[in-house]
Design a protein around this ligand. Structure first.
Ligand code: S3P
Length: 462
């Protein structure tokens, strides 16, 4: 069990590169697998979630090169990985369950792949993933012809029996979910005719972008009421295409918020995706008076990226528009931390989806920050934080298999009076391997506690 403690740290300073985008990394492996030919991926995230997707794809018969490690067995940065695709409909039926670990994206997207591939597969995961709802995937994919059996109706372990040629589908989604949209479009690739997904507001569009990059026609429309439709024509074929993975804005969020809420800090994070469907946190922090300069905007591998220069700021509370939730859904925990140090009352409505992420993130942030002295309340679909110039901190929390809760609470500990300890920090490896070292390189006092050594000492004393 890895335990980290964060202590008050001023003057964070430096230029860093955050790991590759998790959403783009999953998709680059999956679309590379569906394509004919060899796809080279530069900058693949070697977080546990993405490695779980890679292992599952290998079980389906796909050849993926092993990410490079250094002499200490650590994955090197800027990984170059190749995927030798099998083409649509040519997957092998796995002999063993596909274990997607902690990864909702890996599980849900691969359910779409299996549903349209005419094979059966059992999906398993860790305690967190095994508690997450899959009905949102099962209902549309069942209408396309796949059959499911699952524990408690829609929980992992879950078996998907796919069909070789699914029914095409015109799906009206009640939620803005890129995982739902992607699973349906992936199954639709082998269907006859057009498959469409309409969402109440657009979720992240990496699937649409990457399908186009692999040669598939994708039609997208934003309607006058802000709803959004993405459509593909089935019986498609994907051609291998190289990918450059931008840095993950959801990971960059942690050093960025840390820079804003600590004193005398200037942190530059380079090459971060500024995809408009992922930019909500940054827009919100700028609206709150955060000193963030967006420089060197460019397009890399089909995604807009920029360098973000972030300086200590006195933030001012705002009400975050609910319509922005989809573009920052993973960033509310760390926004709650920023709000704790802002002047006034920050209200975050329209975030019910947070209740079914790796944990119930509304409940866990409320409990964790309250224990650190923060005035935070919630309803079923909102959080409200009344900020203060100083916060007490001093709490110990268990990450409960939720990487973003772990990192958010550690960032809080960099600005609170008393240290913050988080247990179960190995979960940070799902999305941000090397988080503690990267933060230390900026001057952040985040350290691993010697639990094993302490335990041994205690044993010796009794
Ligand atoms: C993701 C979509 C989001 C997000 C998750 C990654 C993706 O989930 O929370 O971390 O890569 O498609 P939903 O779109 O289902 O809310």
């Amino acid at each position: 069990m890895t335990q980290l403690t964060a202590k008050a740290s001023a003057s964070l300073d430096g230029t860093i590169i955050c790991p590759g985008d998790k959403s783009v990394s999953h998709r680059s492996l999956i679309f590379g697998a569906l394509a004919k030919g060899k796809t080279t991926i530069t900058g693949l995230l070697t977080g546990d979630d993405v490695l779980s997707t890679a292992s599952a794809l290998r079980q389906l018969g796909v050849t993926i090169s092993t990410p490079e490690t250094n002499a200490d067995g650590q994955y090197v940065a800027q990984q170059v990985v190749t995927v030798t695709g099998v083409g649509l409909g040519a997957f092998a039926e796995p002999g063993l369950p596909l274990d997607l670990g902690n990864s909702g994206t890996g599980a849900r997207l691969l359910m779409g792949v299996v549903a349209g591939a005419g094979i059966s597969a059992v999906f398993t995961g860790d305690a967190s993933l095994s508690g997450r709802p899959m009905q949102r995937i099962m209902t549309p994919l069942s209408q396309m012809g796949a059959t499911f059996t699952a524990r408690d109706g829609d929980k992992l372990p879950l078996t998907v029996k796919g069909v070789r040629q699914p029914q095409s589908l015109d799906w009206q989604s009640t939620m803005a979910s890129a995982q739902v949209k992607s699973a349906i479009l992936l199954a639709g690739l082998t269907a006859r005719g057009q498959t469409s997904v309409t969402e109440p507001v657009a979720s992240r569009d990496h699937t649409e972008r990457m399908l186009r990059h692999f040669g598939v026609d994708v039609a997208t429309t934003t309607h006058s009421d802000n709803s959004y439709t993405a459509s593909i024509t089935g019986e498609a074929s994907l051609t291998a295409a190289d990918i450059i993975v931008p840095s993950d804005p959801s990971s960059a969020a942690f050093p960025v918020v840390a820079a804003l809420i600590t004193r005398n800090s200037t942190v530059t994070v380079t090459g971060v995706s500024i995809n408009p469907y992922r930019f909500g946190l940054y827009q919100t922090l700028i609206d709150m008076g955060g000193d963030i300069t967006i420089s060197n905007e460019r397009v890399e591998g089909g995604e807009p990226v920029a360098d973000l220069i972030c300086r200590s700021s006195q933030l001012k509370a705002i009400t975050v528009p609910a319509s922005r939730a989809a573009s920052m859904i993973d960033e509310y925990p760390v926004l709650a931390v920023a709000a704790a140090f802002a002047e006034g009352v920050t209200h975050m409505p329209g975030i019910e989806e947070l209740r079914v992420k790796e944990t119930d993130r509304i409940a866990l942030m409320e409990d964790s920050l309250q224990r650190g002295g923060v005035d935070i309340t919630s309803t079923h679909d909102s959080m409200t934080v009344t900020g203060a110039p100083e916060q007490q901190g001093g709490m110990t929390i268990d990450a409960q298999h939720d990487h973003r809760i772990a990192m958010s609470c550690l960032v809080f500990g960099l600005a609170s009076r008393e240290p913050v300890t988080v247990t179960g920090c190995e979960t940070i490896n799902t999305s941000f391997p090397g988080f503690d070292h990267l933060m230390q390189s900026l001057g952040a006092d985040i350290r691993a506690d010697q639990i094993d050594a302490d335990k041994k000492n205690h044993k010796g004393n009794t």
